[in-house]
Design a binder for this molecule. Structure first.
Ligand code: NAD
Length: 473
């Protein structure tokens, strides 16, 4: 049993005021593997006070000093790669085929942010004024469990680049990853109070951070429902808020696509991170003229996806993070059947030979875009084929969603795919690709969020412009 019974405030590990013990599980077996002692609202207030004390001095640091900090943080997190890899596999069941990205991505975010900072124009001349980009103050950084290390490191890197201090509230379900990342960050030897990490429940710790008058900025990644609660809580003190929320991404296969390439890509887009990804392409829009071919190939591809031991390199889909999440996915599979979608692969229950929170990789066809499984974010390996007549209808279906985070367009003709991509209302559209670009903005239209992360847009979400007039010497 692993016991995590300290949080990190003002430059040191301390015992939280909160006393609740929360069980940590290995989702591949369902077994309890440890416990974390959760912080409470008083701990959140102590962390906010420490960050507030550290802010004035940190806000005065220069570019070179912050870049040096980011490089130290990058190296410190890289040094814990093996521990972190172990933790992401055991703690949320990331298949080893995916886990490498989950531990390398946080490291590279520090390097990317340092590069951005090197050239960013903090001071500009606009009209007759001298304009400077000023750090906002204390930033509350709230992360989900599905890429906990990545979100802690990415958000903290941006806060540091901007000159903000931080109170980080990671998901209570990722306490082991958080602990490893915290130890790594500690090794980078930053000033006390610059960052503080309080693992606790959304309520009270997240709510305290999102309503506290001494927090100027919230950067949140998580579900749309929680994002709305945070926006409401932050309204009274007019915090600047960045929200990275859910999605129901369309993958449009155009009628000229080479299906031998397009189908594996579409299935990977749907099942990445075991389907527990905000950017998962869970609506597969197929031209009716090629529907039969798409169904045959997609069924074969889904049936070939191995769901099981996350440590087996052949595994494509690991377990769901929790029993609650497993039950939620089962419920959606039942709803899909009840609403008349045709099950082509998978279905309810566990894959043979598994005992943990494993779901059978599932494929539906004949799905209409008004069915629940086409509208709700399921957050599991469930892919729905939705037929369309022509390009116009494909675009209309793709955009008929409350979300707008990411989309995929697959075609044999890049210029045509690009024309379609330009009509999709989403923060990112990937053409014939599953690539990630950490230098381009990331974030959603509509209810997928507010604001952007990465690059200068991400940095400016932690800054406020200030104009000086008539001050020329
Ligand atoms: P969640 O919204 O349940 O929790 C996210 C975080 O918010 C956790 O740390 C949680 O403790 C905290 N929280 C909960 N209630 C709160 C409240 N009232 N006030 C403040 N904080 C609160 O999400 P989750 O289940 O951890 O993660 C899955 C969700 O995250 C999915 O919807 C997924 O799409 C989304 N997500 C989005 C992105 C993106 O970049 N857009 C990336 C990954 C995950």
């Amino acid at each position: 049993m692993r016991i995590i019974d300290t949080i990190y405030i003002d430059g040191g590990f301390v015992t939280p005021h909160g006393t609740e013990l929360f069980d940590l599980h290995n989702p591949a077996t369902g077994a309890v593997t440890g416990q974390v002692r959760l912080a409470d609202a008083e701990d959140a207030r102590a962390a906010i006070a420490a960050a507030k004390r550290a802010f004035p001095a940190f806000a005065r640091t220069g570019r070179a000093e912050r870049i040096a900090m980011l490089h130290r943080l990058r190296d410190a997190v890289a040094a814990r790669r093996a521990d972190l890899l172990d933790a992401v596999i055991d703690e949320y069941g990331a298949p080893v085929s995916r886990a490498g990205f989950m531990v390398d991505h946080p490291v590279s975010l520090f390097g990317d942010t340092a590069e951005l900072l090197a050239d960013y124009p903090f001071v500009r001349r606009m009209g007759t004024s001298h304009v400077s980009m000023e750090p906002l103050g204390v930033a509350g950084l709230i992360t989900p469990w599905n890429s906990n290390a990545g979100f802690i490191c990415g958000k903290l890197a941006t806060a540091i680049a901007a000159g903000c201090t931080a109170v980080i509230k990671p998901s209570e379900m990722s306490a082991r990853q958080t602990r490893i990342v915290t130890e790594a960050l500690l090794a980078a030897d930053l000033p006390p109070g610059l960052f503080n990490i309080v693992t606790g429940r959304g309520d009270p710790v997240g709510t305290e951070i999102s309503s506290h008058p001494d927090v100027a900025k919230i950067s949140f990644t998580g579900s749309t429902a929680t994002g709305k609660a945070i926006l409401r809580a932050a309204a009274d003190t007019l915090k600047r808020v960045t929200l990275e929320l859910g999605g129901k991404s369309p993958t449009i296969i155009l009628d000229d696509a080479d299906l031998a390439q397009a189908i594996p890509l579409a299935v990977n887009a749907a099942f990445m991170n075991s389907g527990q990804a905000c950017i998962a392409g869970t609506r597969l829009l197929a031209p009716r003229s090629r529907l039969a071919e798409v169904e045959v190939l997609a069924r074969a591809a889904v049936e070939a996806v191995r769901a099981g031991d996350p440590r087996d390199p052949a595994t494509g889909v690991g377990p769901m993070v929790s029993r609650t999440q497993w039950e939620r996915v089962q419920r959606y599979i039942r709803i899909g059947i009840e609403e008349g979608a045709e099950l082509l692969a998978g279905g309810e229950g566990r894959p043979d030979g598994t005992t943990g929170w494993f779901v059978r990789p599932t494929l539906f066809t004949g799905v209409r875009n008004d069915m629940t499984i086409a509208r709700d974010e399921i957050f599991g390996p469930v892919l729905s084929i939705i037929p369309y007549e022509d390009e116009e209808e494909a675009v209309a279906i793709a955009n008929d969603t409350i979300y707008g985070l990411q989309a995929y367009v697959l075609s044999g003709d890049t210029a045509r795919a690009r024309r379609v991509a330009e009509r999709i209302v989403a923060g990112r559209v990937l053409v014939n690709s599953l690539a990630h670009d950490p230098k381009a903005p990331f974030g959603g239209f509509k209810q997928s969020g507010i604001g952007r992360e990465y690059g200068s847009f991400g940095l400016e979400a932690f800054l406020e412009p200030k104009a000086l007039l008539g001050a020329d010497a």
